[in-house]
Design a binder for this molecule. Structure first.
Ligand code: NZQ
Ligand code: ZN
Length: 392
């Protein structure tokens, strides 16, 4: 096990109706907040009115900024930064999913920064201060409700970059699994895929003797896969949503990655797809992950056999590890198909024409200094291109 530090202070308030108390929860922290949200689902479901009523009842003043789109844009973050400065906002409340939360985090750090907040995404430089962010989660997926990360799309440059700082971890997040009942089927599938990928990125490692976190990862994955068909079948299965919702947070709050070298190759490759083609992050991951597995498994056969047996339920008593691993990957593909995910890039309207450009961008090769991505196997641009082609 590698040395590690684990500090994940985001407070999680979980369960039916917990969002109706958001005003009281925020009152000790701020007199005035920014209410930040997306494209309208919260108005349709009535959540918007309930959150406003709770803020008003608690005497928390607010201004608002809606319009966050999936793959959240830098331009709206700029708008939010100006608004927060003008209105003396003390806290940002993100009501939505990963896109709204990530946009809130961009605004939160941009308020205290003299230059363009994009500098942080581009250079990774540390921030000293950010406004506190709180969350009412409406889709279990990105894990941003407990992570210190934010991913923003610079629409002018067609780049989608992530940035992380402990200062961006939300102060508190409210999760009421009943809010997930209104999710369309494709977003259910995207959320499930993304949270599984957050575990995969930590699970697939060359670090040995990490039995506890191996087991935590495997349990989180099995829990998600066991409950996924239930919510796909019945969008109002509260008990199943509880498991999936909590799993989504645990998948990305840092716990299951403690003491392990991590990978993040699939996420880096996917961000190139969503930056250029504006596809859903989860759908991109569903296509890339099995292709990545096929490309890298020989670099750590034991890890992939363990995955096939302990996560995908493959009989491990055969002599040929290749057959065990391939059956594991086949079952993962079948699972993604069963929840309605695409199997190929072409199904998402992505052809061969820009694969090389994306491979060079993913590894920064085109910016003059290549940083290979991935942990289990280092991936140079030629490797990334090969994986994109396998996924075509
Ligand atoms: O905008 P509205 O109208 O609210 O609709 C949203 C949006 O269209 C809809 N939706 C959300 N909750 C709903 C709902 N529709 C009906 N009922 C509800 N209860 O779902 C759509 C997708 O929302 P989005 O926030 O984009 O989804 P998600 O949570 O999957 O976030 C994806 C973003 O998170 C980033 C991704 O790259 C992507 O940009 N990530 C952020 C991470 C982080 N900050 O730690 C880590 C992840 O790896 C990921 O990269
Ligand atoms: Zn993700």
């Amino acid at each position: 096990m590698n040395n590690f530090e684990f500090y994940s202070p985001a407070r999680l308030v979980f369960g039916k109706g917990s969002e109706d108390n958001i005003g009281n929860l925020l009152k000790p922290y701020a007199k005035k907040i920014l209410l930040h949200y997306g494209g309208g689902s919260i108005k349709k479901s009535g959540l918007y009115d309930r959150v406003k009523a709770s803020l008003e009842a608690a005497g928390v003043a607010y201004c608002e900024l809606g319009g966050v789109v999936p793959n959240p844009r830098l331009s709206l973050a700029h708008e939010g930064i100006e608004l927060c400065r003008k209105e003396n906002v003390e806290l940002i409340l993100a009501v939505g999913g990963g896109s709204v939360i990530d946009s809130a985090k961009a605004i939160a750090m941009g308020v205290y920064y003299d230059g363009d907040v994009w500098d942080m995404y581009e250079t990774g430089k540390a921030i000293e201060k950010a406004l506190p962010v709180a969350v009412v989660l409406t889709i279990p997926a990105a894990g941003s409700e407990a992570s210190g990360d934010t991913v923003i799309t610079n629409e002018e440059k067609a780049l989608k970059y992530g940035y992380g700082s402990p200062k961006l971890r939300p102060l508190l997040s409210v999760m009421d699994p009943e809010l997930f009942f209104t999710l369309p089927k494709n977003q259910v599938a995207n959320g499930i895929t993304d949270m599984m990928s957050h575990v995969f990125e930590r699970y697939f490692t060359n670090t040995t003797e990490v039995e506890l976190t191996d087991g935590l990862c495997e349990t989180v994955l099995r829990t998600i896969m066991h409950n996924a068909p239930r919510v796909v079948e019945n969008a109002e299965d509260y008990a199943a949503w509880c498991e999936i919702g909590f799993a989504g947070t645990v998948a990305h709050n840092g716990l299951v990655g403690c003491g392990r070298a991590q990978d993040w190759g699939c996420h880096n490759m996917e961000h190139e797809l969503s930056a250029i083609y504006d596809i859903a992050h989860g759908a991109g991951l569903a296509v890339l992950t099995p292709a990545w597995m096929e490309y890298v498994w020989k670099d750590n056969v034991a890890m992939f056999v363990q995955f096939a047996v302990k996560v995908m339920g493959v009989d491990g008593s055969y002599r040929e590890p290749e057959l065990i691993v391939k059956e594991g990957i086949r079952r993962l593909r079948a699972f993604f198909a069963s929840i309605g995910q695409p199997a190929t890039l072409r199904e998402m309207g992505i052809g061969e024409d820009r694969l090389e450009e994306m491979a060079r961008k993913a590894t920064h090769e085109c910016f003059g200094q290549e940083h290979p991505i991935g942990g289990l196997k280092k991936l140079y641009w030629q490797d990334v291109l090969a994986i994109y082609k396998l996924a075509l």
